[in-house]
Write a protein that binds this ligand. Structure first.
Ligand SMILES: [Zn+2]
Length: 168
C-alpha cells in the first residue's frame, strides 16, 4: 500500500493535458493501486493521476460501490443537465455549484487493458465528469457557478440563486 502526495492548485501538472496510456502495463497497474489507496486515505470519491503528479490519462472512482479504474476514458454520450455542489482534493476548503450532464456513457480500458463501457448517472456521472476534466487540465473552480461558503448563512441563499439561474 502506497499513499501518494496529492498536489494542490497552483501546481503546473494540474493544468497540463495528460498523456494517453499506450499500454496497460504492470507499472500502470501499480499506479492504479496507489491511486486507489491514496483516494481512500484522503476520503475522496475519485482521483485523477495528475492529482498525484502523474500526467497520464488514468482516473479512479468509488462512490461507495467499490473502486473502478478507468484508463484513457472518453465521454461517448451525454444527456441532461444538473447543478450540484462539488469539491476537489486538490482545492481544499472550496465547494461550489457546477453544471454537469445528468447521464454520461464513458468508454475506457480497465486495469487489465480490456475495453469497457460505463453508463453512469447521478453522483457517479458527476464524479466521472469532474475526474475527466482533470485529464484536460480543467478544475471545477473554472466552471463554478457559485461558491458555497461552509457554515454561513450565504450557503442557503446561494442555493436559491442557483435555482433561479436554472429556470432562466
Ligand atoms: Zn478534483
Amino acid at each position: 500500500m502506497a499513499i501518494m502526495e496529492i498536489v494542490t492548485v497552483g501546481h503546473d501538472v494540474l493544468r497540463q493535458e495528460a498523456k494517453p496510456v499506450p499500454k496497460v502495463t504492470k507499472k500502470v497497474q501499480t499506479l492504479v493501486k496507489n491511486m486507489i489507496d491514496t483516494m481512500y486515505h484522503a476520503d475522496g470519491v475519485g482521483l485523477a493521476a495528475p492529482q498525484i503528479g502523474v500526467s497520464q490519462r488514468i482516473i479512479v472512482i468509488d462512490i461507495g460501490e467499490g473502486p473502478t479504474a478507468l484508463v484513457n476514458p472518453t465521454i461517448e454520450e451525454r444527456e441532461g443537465l444538473d447543478i450540484d455542489v462539488e469539491g476537489c482534493l486538490s482545492i481544499p476548503g472550496v465547494n461550489g455549484y457546477v453544471r454537469r450532464s445528468t447521464r454520461v456513457v464513458v468508454a475506457y480500458l480497465d486495469e487489465k487493458g480490456k475495453p469497457q463501457r460505463l453508463h453512469a448517472e447521478g453522483v457517479l456521472s458527476r464524479a466521472l465528469q469532474h475526474e475527466l476534466d482533470h485529464l484536460d487540465g480543467v478544475l471545477f473552480i473554472d466552471n463554478m457557478l457559485e461558491e458555497v461558503k461552509p457554515q454561513s448563512e450565504e450557503a442557503g441563499c446561494s442555493e436559491q440563486t442557483v435555482e433561479q439561474q436554472e429556470s432562466r
